[in-house]
Design a binder for this molecule. Structure first.
Ligand SMILES: C[S@@+](CC[C@H](N)C(=O)[O-])C[C@H]1O[C@@H](n2cnc3c(N)ncnc32)[C@H](O)[C@@H]1O
Length: 211
């Protein structure tokens, strides 16, 4: 299956509204991207919190956070792994990286956080170098096969993948995430949907690289 072919398509070609939403949230850029980043920092904080809480983080852990957006999850994760741990946030959007750099300026200056250009498919992590990989609200933008393969490659044996996404932004059945995780080699895969009052259910996947 080609990389393009394994990403479920949302359907019709983007119209004007879709382009604005993409510039705000999907591939944030310009003014719309900065506004989108502000909305995400506020609206997705609880989901970032959930992911960090489920990641079993301890001081000294090394964390890769893909699609880190404005950096809320990076800031939460470094609190758990500081002072000996390290968090690497990657995002393809320069607008998001600038927001994350501002939010995490303190731990960046201390050498505990790095924000870099990257995607789930290309993290630039060395093989088996990370204890935990976290993804919040970006799996709908991945090329799924290379994305899950890259998460597996970057994690050490026994390392944990924690992924969550709004149900309504997934263009295909949530259970396909489990299928992709298993195909990449993950074990102990759990997939749940948590109902929320003001949003569609949060799809939550936890998976482990075999020890
Ligand atoms: C909806 S935002 C989510 C940001 C943040 N995690 C949150 O929940 O608020 C999606 C983010 O994914 C990034 N992104 C786009 N393509 C990506 C990919 N292939 N892999 C990882 N992240 C990607 C975007 O630049 C954007 O910052």
């Amino acid at each position: 299956m080609s990389a393009k072919a394994d990403r479920p398509q949302a359907g019709a070609a983007p119209n004007g509204l879709m382009r604005v939403l993409d510039a705000a949230f999907g591939h944030p850029r310009g003014l719309a991207g900065r506004l989108g980043g502000t909305v995400m920092a506020w609206g997705n904080r609880r989901q970032e919190r959930w992911a960090v809480d489920r990641a079993e983080l301890r001081p000294g852990h090394r964390v890769i956070m893909v699609g880190c957006g404005p950096g809320v999850g990076v800031a939460l994760a470094i609190e758990q792994v500081f002072p000996s741990g390290f968090v690497r946030g990657v995002d393809p959007s320069a607008t998001m990286r600038a927001m994350a750099n501002r939010r995490c300026a303190g731990p960046i200056a201390a050498g505990a956080v790095e924000i870099s250009e990257g995607t789930a498919e290309h993290t630039s992590c060395t093989d088996q170098s990370m204890d935990v990989a976290i993804s919040v609200n970006n799996v709908m933008l991945w090329e799924r096969v290379p994305g899950f393969t890259e998460m597996f490659r970057a994690l050490r044996p026994g390392g944990l993948l924690v992924l969550t996404v709004h149900r309504h932004v997934l263009p295909d059945p949530a259970d396909n995430l489990r299928t992709h995780a298993v195909a990449a080699g993950f074990v102990d895969v759990t997939l749940t949907e948590r109902r929320r009052r003001w949003n569609s259910p949060a799809v939550e996947l936890i998976a482990r690289r075999p020890r």
